[in-house]
Design a protein around this ligand. Sequence first.
Ligand SMILES: [Cu+2]
Length: 581
Amino acid sequence: MLPLRAEGYKLRRGKQALFWFALVGVVFLGVPDPWMPRAILKYRQRLLGELKYQAPPVSRGVTLGTVEEFCPNEHPEWREAQVIEGVEIERSPVCEPDNPYLVAAVVKGTNNVSHDTLMRAGLAPDAVVLGRDLDGDGDPDEVEIHLEVVELNGASPDTAEPVPGFAIGPGIRPAFWVFAPKGFGMATRSLEDLRANPLYRVPSPTIRVEQGDEVTIVLENTHYLPHSIHFHGVDHPYHPPFHPPLDLKGSLPGGDGVPETSEMVPMPGQKHIYRLRPRHAGTMLYHCHVQPQAHLLMGLQGLFVVEEQRPNNWVQTLNVGAGHVRHRSVAVRERYDREYDLHYMDLDKELHEFVQRANDPRLIAKAIDHTYDVTERTADYFLVNGRMFPYSLRDSLVVVKPNEKVKLRVANGGMQKLALHPHGHKVTITAYDGVDVNPVAWITRDVVDVDTAQRVDLVLDTTNDGLHSYGEGVWLLHDHHENAVTTDGVFPGGGITAIVYESYLDENGVPKVSGIDWKPFFSPEYYRKKIPSLATYGDDTRIFREPAEATPRGSRVFIWGLAAGLGMGAVVALFLGRRRR
Ligand SMILES: [Cu+2]
């Protein structure tokens, strides 16, 4: 047994040794690389790994969420060419063709078709009333159209979902107000299915009449705010002659749709009758002129086409849907093989959200009046015929065959300029704002600029001559402003559609494209910015996915923890030893 003093001495020596050992350890582990002698650094790196290098974290998996089919295939039987009520309806081989019964009803007049056709069209019996043939040339010249004002994707105390639901893209449902043909049914498809009745959609339908027709437009204000119709570019009188054959209760004189200058506009529940007899043919517009800084952009706008006067010219009075004119006028059939109405819009989602935050008209009116400031607007969503990519490819494709001449009527209903660019083709401008350009001055180009509210008529010539067309394929057709090919900044989105040759379209209207997988674009997650876009490029895309949280190496954490503990312990031991002495 050692004497007590010697035992104390031994203990102190032990503590000192421990301290030095810990210090050397900490120095060995903690000194930065450049200060460390190379010979020792080599051993440290072997033990702990390179200090500067950190292995990258693994790539996160990609969860697509609910992916919709490209084509829901709801009405494949609507694609074929058919004759309904004696009206010839052109083939429309896209995924979601327009309802041929609706086309038949608006060509023949809802007062002239069978109850069955009317039911299938969803139209009220007085939606499009065609009257007498005044000039005896074989087509009706009295046209009376009843329009209602419908809210889409509004707030309801009964459902969490916006109602009636109209998705412009996967999971994207901003609120809209639109002029709609007078229907007979519910605003939704059923009590359970809260999607909008197909009659109610964005944009407001194209109105088509013949030059010289006596046109009566009855605006039945079924909305909670006052609205009007301004016929932009359409030959119309400032004060229309007053004709009393209709139900005129609540109607007031005035024809320009401007509450500040021409008329007292219809308040909720009232109607207003507009009468016009357009002498000039061309592609025009109509839109609401009450608080246009908001109402127009909310969707209260549509094309107004005046067709040239011809004998036996039964025109498609309303074009509800994707733009394809399935029953063309005589003048268009003379010169073209197909015709499409292309209505472009851009939206500031902020404006459309106000309507979804309240279902009190006072609060909505206040938000539109004073909370929303259009001068601080940014466009987030871009639409062609009321849809954005990829939905726009379900119904708004420009389908062509080689050696055709296709008429495109393009309108810009947005606040941003449109720079329309067809891939694989150069198009020729034949009219500006409904006024024909002298053919000697026709311009053929591959970017067509259309400013706010302007229209251009284009010829798309599919002759493969290296100038007008480069041959068959799936050729994009898009606004070349780079924000306009995104949806709230996410590419691909916006008003992208395509010129598709029939040989590149499958039996369900799906374009036969090459390249990356489109599945992610049909997932709402993609437009919620949850799916990295490059993760769709090929099979092994781990390097383009998002990295997981970086985790340090376990061995390194353990050794650093141990070293820190030893160092602290040594300091404490030293301190206590000193105090005792
Ligand atoms: Cu309005």
